[in-house]
Design a protein around this ligand. Structure first.
Ligand code: ATP
Length: 197
C-alpha cells in the first residue's frame, strides 16, 4: 500500500524549513510521496492570494521527484478543514495517509475540527529537535492525545531550521536578502510579482 505524507500549510511563502522536514520525514518514514496542500484564502483572514502561494509551492516542489502539490484547498472558497481535505484525498487516492506537522502545531491539534475523526484517518508525523522542546511537556501532550483519542503520532528528530514565513515576509519588506532561506526559484517569483512589499 502506498504511503502518502501530507504537508499542509499557508506557505506564505514556502521556505527551506518546510522542504527540509518533508524530505527528512519522507526518507525516515519510508513514504512514497509527499503531497503539499496549500491552504485556500479564509474568508476573513488577510493573506497572500491563494493562487500566488500555490504557484510558489509548485515552483519549490518541482525539483524533487517525490514531492507533489494538491489544489484541493486553494480551490475551496470557504475555510478548508484538514479532516475534509483528507476525506477528499481518500476518495482520489488509494493508500495510507500521514499528516506532517512541526512541533508548534502539535500543541494545537486538540483544537482542530473533528480531531477525533482525523486521528482515526491519519497518523501524524511531528518534526522535532528535542533540545528545543521540553521532553516532559512533549511526553505529557503525547500521553494526553493517546489516552483521549488513541492518536498515533510519530516523532521524528530533524535538524532545526529556525525559519518562519512571518520573519521572511518582514525581511523581504525591508529589502533584506532571503537567500538560503527560500529556494531561488521562489525568490525570483517573489521579486517578479513584487510580493511582501
Ligand atoms: P507563519 O510564520 O506565517 O505562521 P510558518 O513558517 O509557520 O508560517 P506554515 O505554512 O504555517 O509556515 O507551516 C506549515 C507547517 O510547517 C506547520 O506544521 C509548521 O509547524 C511547519 N513548519 C513551519 N516552519 C517550520 C520550520 N522552520 N521547521 C519545521 N517545521 C516548520
Amino acid at each position: 500500500m502506498k504511503k502518502y505524507g501530507i504537508m499542509g500549510g499557508t506557505f506564505n511563502p514556502i521556505h527551506l524549513g518546510h522542504l527540509m522536514i518533508s524530505e527528512y520525514i519522507r526518507v525516515d518514514m519510508e513514504l512514497d510521496e509527499i503531497i503539499f496542500v496549500p491552504t485556500g484564502n479564509p474568508p476573513h483572514k488577510k493573506t497572500t492570494d491563494a493562487s500566488l502561494r500555490y504557484e510558489m509551492v509548485e515552483l519549490a516542489v518541482q525539483e524533487n521527484e517525490y514531492f507533489s502539490i494538491s489544489d484541493i484547498e486553494v480551490k475551496n472558497s470557504d475555510i478548508s478543514y484538514t479532516v475534509d481535505t483528507i476525506s477528499n484525498l481518500e476518495g482520489k487516492l488509494d493508500g495510507k495517509f500521514y499528516f506532517i506537522i512541526g512541533s508548534d502545531t502539535l500543541f494545537q491539534l486538540k483544537t482542530w475540527k473533528k480531531i477525533d475523526l482525523l486521528f482515526k484517518k491519519v497518523e501524524f508525523i511531528c518534526a522535532i529537535r528535542p533540545e528545543y522542546v521540553s521532553t516532559q511537556i512533549l511526553a505529557l501532550e503525547l500521553k494526553y492525545l493517546k489516552q483521549k483519542y488513541d492518536a498515533k503520532i510519530h516523532i521524528i528528530e530533524t535538524p532545526l531550521y529556525e525559519i518562519s514565513s512571518t520573519d521572511l515576509r518582514n525581511r523581504i519588506s525591508k529589502d533584506k536578502s532571503v537567500k538560503y532561506l527560500i529556494p531561488d526559484v521562489v525568490i525570483d517569483f517573489i521579486k517578479e510579482k513584487e510580493l511582501y512589499k
